[in-house]
Design a protein around this ligand. Sequence first.
Ligand code: ADP
Ligand code: MG
Length: 561
Amino acid sequence: MSKQTLGFQAETKQLLQLMIHSLYSNKEIFLRELISNASDACDKLKFESLNNDALYENDGELHIDIAFDKEARTVTLSDNGIGMSRDEVIANIGTIARSGTRAFFEQLSGDAKADANLIGQFGVGFYSAFIVADRVTLTTRRAGSAGATRWESEGAGEYTLEEVEKAGRGTEIVLHLKEGEDEFLDDWRLKSVVKKYSDHITLPIRMKKSPGYGENGEVIVSEELETVNKASALWARSKSDISEDEYKAFYKHVSHDWEEPLAWSHARVEGRQEYTELLYVPKRAPFDLYDRERRHGIKLFVRRVFILEDAEKLLPQYLRFVRGVIDSNDLPLNVSREILQHSKDIDAIKAGCVKKVLSLLEDIAENRADDYAAFWQEFGKVVKEGVGEDAVNRDRIAGLCRFASSLDDLETQQVSLKDYIGRMKEGQDKIYYVTADTFASARNSPHLEIFRKKGIEVLLLSDRVDEWFVGSLTEFDGKALASVAKGGLDLGGLQDETEKQAQEAKAVDFKELTDKIKATLGDSVKEVRVTHRLTDSPACLVADEHAMSGNLERLMKSVGQ
Ligand code: ADP
Ligand code: MG
């Protein structure tokens, strides 16, 4: 077949422009992105060849090679990974047909730095080649197939495809550098970028040996290749050998995030299940935190062989923002998503990892107050889901939660249940809360009047997840949670005898009035009674002790129940 010209999706074009502009100040990352793709391609080959050894084509030593040519002004990356078929080239390189595309464009802010982060999470790394190149040629042959495909583009809206011959399997990418990007035609520069970003890549990244000097000062150029990176799985190394910067660089690799992580936990676990976990808490929520088709999650390895990346089975939903790797010593190499679902071994690993993450969060909460506040702002709503989802760890999760409170009337959620209990009034035995669909209506709820008057703190709950939260958590540290809007308000020990008597007397005095109101309202109310709840408002609606709260009822209606 002769050369064929195809058009990019409109969105691809836009993305390219954006990429080039917003990332220019950080342009060397193109190398990291291309190396990361080559490494993924080798992982895929390893995995596919578990069932089909022939894919190795007698070339089992996987590596990534980088070369440059000063005359031609090109930088070339090649790998002997899985490669791509023609269709795969079109699907993976020619289009961005991914679920998050729209969400991604909706989130663009025009702020270069923030947008650069989004690009990273979105995983459009390949296009970063166009930051430094005005023409990119990709030649690839899928392992086990005969023909190869050459893709070429100037990044302007079109690309060409051609059938070609290629001896070795895998992918070769030639970057024809733009005018002014000659700094990358340099041995030292390329090697230092590789070391900076890709030391942890488990495959050897090879380049020609740097030129040396002979006895008489003559330059000796060698054709021999040397491995530039450390090439060992970072998580398999001992903690004391790993620097903070290496941990951070590895995070960026596994998470596709361009920012540094907030915290991490690295441990080798021994016992019934042997595994290593290296789990990170990001600083910022990914754009698809609430998207069912999330792309990233935890990478599962078995004895250093990459098996799969899973966004659902390896950690519970409420910890879906955690990134990292789990490397098991015991699981069989043929684990599939189906097996993950019913594996007792996976359950044990999962339970262990959950505990690790909770400890990590508790540690941040205790020792890094500002970081925890930032974390809560980003992920609080997701963590609250855990109280309903994870009965085993319910109390620990509840302990991690933060709420807005009538104490300071601030929308910022910063009060813990422990803080609340520590401030309870003499005679108070319940944790009071109000739920509403906005913070403003929670704060202004008439149900709060009596509490404000008596100086009793009330938690102001207005996140969607809060109804589920209070539905799942009935008590904390022996103190019941009580809605201020439900049932007959029993302030228990907070009310003195005279108040109680005055209230009962009023109920008798006003019986005629309450009966009349009940008769007028008929079946739309169950009961009309005199209350001491209110100090300023004339009347309010109260839900029955065991009925749904007004807010939950509104929520259910909004989802069509
Ligand atoms: P991501 O790596 O996040 O999927 P990229 O834009 O970096 O996004 O790459 C797009 C896709 O192109 C990859 O998912 C992969 O399918 C394919 N790809 C890129 N580089 C290679 C390569 N060297 N070998 C095989 N496939 C590749
Ligand atoms: Mg990539």
